[in-house]
Design a protein around this ligand. Structure first.
Ligand code: PLP
Length: 208
């Protein structure tokens, strides 16, 4: 830990935030002081005690209801949800004209929706990196089931190439592995309709 802090201490935690990570841990994650080391915060984030306190105060003083009905409570609830979606898009610098924020129960549920709704065709490719989230691999079944091909790739970050601008980021080498397909002779060639008609879409999943 000491070596890590020596090398990365200036960047560790939230150096520009109001509280250091040690202070956050001591004040908002007091329950971790029972000799527990929690290593899955990026995948299954722990709620902080401050969040719980705020949520408790809000839920016990406000009246929220079904956001789809026509009542004052419904429209207030619906505005709060719309505002949360706006904040998420803003955080990711994503324009609401190009992106939508969809709340799901978790990463697996979100990836399942992508697999189920992606406009796969028999000419689509699903490409994913070897080091990827397990649930990303699940998308392969949806792609193969619709006659698309699936292929894992190894990614190597190579040093910047001569003449390449440093600002364009590291040069990435992609090495494909075997391409998987499934016998699709029984598949009906469904005519796609709507905005995706006769267009071929492919999906590349990078873990970052
Ligand atoms: C180690 C780990 N943490 C967290 C998650 C995210 O779980 P969820 O899909 O419930 O968001 C996963 C999902 O597979 C996982 O493998």
């Amino acid at each position: 830990m000491e070596e890590f802090l020596k090398e990365f201490g200036d960047y560790y935690g939230y150096p520009d935030g109001p509280k250091s990570i040690t202070e956050i841990r001591e004040t908002e994650f007091k329950r971790l002081d029972q000799g527990v080391v929690y290593l899955d915060h990026a995948g299954s984030t722990l709620y902080s005690e401050l969040q719980m306190e705020n949520i408790f105060n809000d839920f016990t003083s406000s009246v929220y209801g079904n956001p789809h009905s026509q009542s004052d409570i419904s429209s207030t609830t619906s505005e709060i949800i719309a505002d949360a979606r706006r904040q998420v898009l803003e955080y990711f610098n994503a324009s609401p004209e190009d992106y939508s924020c969809v709340f799901t129960s978790g990463a697996t549920a979100a990836l399942k929706i992508v697999g189920e709704t992606f406009p796969w065709t028999q000419d689509s490719n699903f490409v994913y990196t070897m080091e990827n989230h397990n649930s990303v691999l699940g998308i392969r079944e949806y792609a193969l089931g619709k006659g698309a091909s699936a292929c894992a790739v190894d990614i190597e970050e190579a040093a910047n190439q001569p003449g390449q601008l440093a600002s364009s980021g590291p040069f990435i080498k992609v090495k494909p592995r075997a391409v998987q397909t499934r016998n699709t002779s029984k598949l009906q060639n469904e005519e796609s309709r709507g905005p995706f008609a006769r267009r071929i879409f492919s999906l590349f999943f990078h873990p970052e």
